[in-house]
Ligand binder design. Structure first.
Ligand code: G3I
Length: 393
């Protein structure tokens, strides 16, 4: 066998051993850090006791905060106990679904020039009946768009479509909306643009100006609602989140510099303990400080904590999930520009996480303040403690 061949065989053997060592090192570090992360997250001695018999909305209001939740007509219309729990704990409501372009069977936008307000009106009436402040979610998003959208919209008709959508929808609910998520999730650095903008049908058909245009149109048709840019993936100390926070700050700075009527920033805060992503309270505080320094209010718009990476033991899971809520809110609520906290659901009976982020063992998820029987869990205590211990606005 020629020397070259021998050398090649030896090198490939070394390479093989080397990569095995590398894989086992990563596995060990990942396995170790995952297991270690669970151990550091779970403190059996952690105190979650709360004082006074006050609801979450009452504790929030004592500090000048709003607490609310999200759900859909499908769940509310069939569950008076759920409505009662929402009314007891919440002063704000946001529809998970009915104000989006594709809203189930009675979708809001059946066609280019068509609207069906059946479900959106039901939500607006529900909020008014129960005296809940109502959030509009969301006018411009790249998800939940009807089939006809991608087949029809182009750079010639997109502006007319956007203008007609915002004018028709926003005018209909003028005076009834506390805040609109005017544009949702427009940043994705992985799409490779220098400005970090997500490549979407809106960007492709209208250019980078679509965001300013959406805010200006919304302000024209509802001069009173708080106009919000809403985003996710900004919570952890990772290179991806660093890049996203930078791109979001650049976007917000540009909007403000151009005089675009934006009033608040919404950070969704879908948290995932045990996912090997480190939570760094100081980084979160700095990011929220930077947003507030632009003169913007801040809302925690979709707070929840997935338990898909957590052990099966319910006591351990509940402790870790509750700790994640309290650690996040303790840091976020130090920023007085934060005016509201919305959990993306109130009861484990109804959470998108059950369907969209199920546990590998398929056990029912335990991610929200109330369990499936509307009973308080440690999460409820964690949120109550965060409201009780945060500075007054
Ligand atoms: O209810 C309709 C049903 O009538 C219809 O036949 C069926 C057809 O597919 O759809 C049903 O609607 C589902 C809807 O949730 C109501 O439950 C949709 O399929 C489903 O796509 C929709 O998922 C929502 C998702 O956004 C997409 O819009 C989730 O409930 C909602 O929790 C989730 O929320 C998003 C925020 O808007 C933005 N931030 C991330 C967050 C989680 O993904």
């Amino acid at each position: 066998m020629s020397n070259i061949l021998k050398l090649t065989r030896r090198r490939s053997l070394l390479f093989g051993l080397g990569s095995l060592a590398a894989i086992s090192a990563v596995a060990t570090s990942r396995g170790f850090s995952h297991h270690q992360q669970i151990q550091t997250l779970d403190d059996p001695e952690r105190d979650f006791t709360v004082s006074q018999e006050l609801s979450l909305k009452q504790r929030a209001a004592k500090k000048g905060l709003i607490y609310g939740t999200a759900s859909t007509k499908k769940y509310l219309a069939s569950d008076p106990a759920y409505i009662a729990a929402i009314v007891e704990n919440c002063s704000m409501f946001v529809p998970e679904w009915e104000f989006k372009w594709t809203a189930g069977d009675a979708m809001l936008r059946p066609g280019f020039d068509q609207f069906d307000f059946t479900d959106a009106d039901w939500i607006a009436n529900f909020a008014a009946t129960h005296k809940l402040l109502l959030r509009g979610h969301t006018l411009v998003w790249h998800e939940s768009l009807p089939k006809w959208f991608k087949e029809t919209v182009n750079n010639k008709n997109a502006q007319q479509l956007l203008q007609n959508h915002i004018q028709t929808v926003v005018k209909r609910y003028t005076g009834k909306i506390h805040s609109w998520d005017v544009v949702n999730e427009a940043i994705e650095p992985k799409d490779g643009r220098d400005d970090g903008l997500r490549i979407t049908p809106w960007l492709n058909s209208l250019g980078t100006n679509y965001i300013d245009l959406a805010f200006r149109l919304t302000a024209e048709y509802d001069p009173k609602a708080l106009l919000v840019y809403n985003e996710f993936g900004l919570d952890y100390d990772t290179p991806e989140a660093d890049a996203k926070r930078t791109a979001v700050l650049n976007l917000l700075t540009g909007l403000k510099a151009r005089g675009t009527p934006i009033h608040a920033f919404g950070t969704q805060a879908h948290l995932s303990p045990g996912s090997n992503r480190k939570f760094n309270p100081e980084k979160l505080r700095q990011f929220l400080r930077d947003v507030a320094s632009l003169g913007l209010k801040i809302m925690i718009t979709e707070l929840d904590v997935t338990d898909k990476n957590l052990p099966i033991d319910i006591k351990v899971r509940d402790r870790i999930v509750a700790a994640a809520y309290e650690d996040y809110l303790s840091a976020a609520l130090d920023e007085k520009a934060v005016i509201g906290v919305i959990t993306w659901g109130l009861s484990d009976k109804y959470t998108w996480l059950g369907e969209f982020q199920p546990r590998p063992d398929r056990k029912p998820v335990r991610t929200l303040p109330l369990d499936a029987q509307m009973q308080r869990k440690l999460v409820w205590n964690a949120i109550a403690r965060a409201f009780d211990n945060c500075p007054k606005r």
